[in-house]
Design a protein around this ligand. Structure first.
Ligand code: FE
Length: 256
């Protein structure tokens, strides 16, 4: 199956790798940024898709080098196969500093543990090949230690779980209003609060963004980008909706 090219110039490519998830697993996108033969894979995923994503990555990178594995946060659909990635490549994995002591619980071999490096809370600007990538703080959206990647060359913002949509069969959002029901429930429950959403919207306002590409579901391009940012800024979610949930339960039931 062909991968989807989100951006291409003579030295820079942004690829969306086909979803290999199936069954009960949440659908997930894997993204690859390649500049002058140097590559970064974003949120590579868990064990069931590991070998296929690795072989796709290897063939796309060709004679170049996988330099970085970006882990936006600690969830299993992002991190679970990290030991395999570090054992079979000599890439450096980067992840929020908050999760440095937790990620090894996914079975990180001592041989490769030193190639897992922390990103401090305030993010950073990295070099990939000859291009710059901004590692943006996106904490509490949803994980309390969470980053996004902005690629200034392609003008793509990789937004991780923010922008995720569930149960769809299209890659790009064409009708924003029709798309809202596919993402609203997820954001209302997984995102922390409107305060975090608004702060994020303010931060990304100054960026020139052509595409917002989440880790699950369809991406937003062109006019859909601003619609999505505005939607985030106005969404009541998380604690805005659930502040009264902290009450002792009265219902007797076994999860079934
Ligand atoms: Fe997550």
């Amino acid at each position: 199956m062909a991968n989807h090219v989100l951006f291409e110039s003579d030295h820079h490519r942004n690829l969306l790798i086909e979803d290999f998830g199936s069954g009960s697993m949440v659908q997930a996108n894997q993204h690859l940024i390649i500049d002058k033969g140097r590559a970064m894979i974003l949120d590579p995923g868990g064990h069931k898709i590991y070998s296929k994503v690795l072989s796709q990555t290897t063939s796309e990178v060709g004679t170049g080098k996988l330099e970085y594995i970006f882990l936006s946060h600690q969830d299993p659909d992002i991190v679970a196969a990290i030991n395999g990635w570090l054992m079979t490549t000599d890439a450096t994995a980067i992840a929020p500093s908050l999760w440095m002591r937790f990620i090894p619980h996914f079975g990180l071999d001592d041989l490769v543990a030193s190639r897992l490096r922390p990103i401090d809370d305030d993010g950073c600007i990295m070099t990939l090949g000859g291009s710059e990538l901004m590692i943006l703080p996106a904490h509490f959206l949803h994980s309390c230690g969470n980053f996004q990647v902005y690629d200034a060359t392609s003008k793509i913002l990789y937004s991780g779980d923010l922008g995720a949509s569930i149960g769809i069969d299209y890659l790009e959002v064409a009708d924003f209003d029709a798309h809202i029901p596919k993402m609203q429930g997820f954001h209302q429950r997984y995102m922390t609060s409107n305060a975090a959403m608004r702060a994020w919207a303010r931060m990304v306002e100054s960026l020139e963004i052509e595409i917002i590409a989440p880790q699950h579901g369809a991406y937003f391009r062109g006019t859909m980008v601003k619609r999505f940012i505005d939607w985030c800024a106005s969404l009541q979610c998380g604690l805005d909706l659930m502040s009264d949930v902290y009450q002792l339960p009265t219902r007797r039931a076994t999860p079934s």
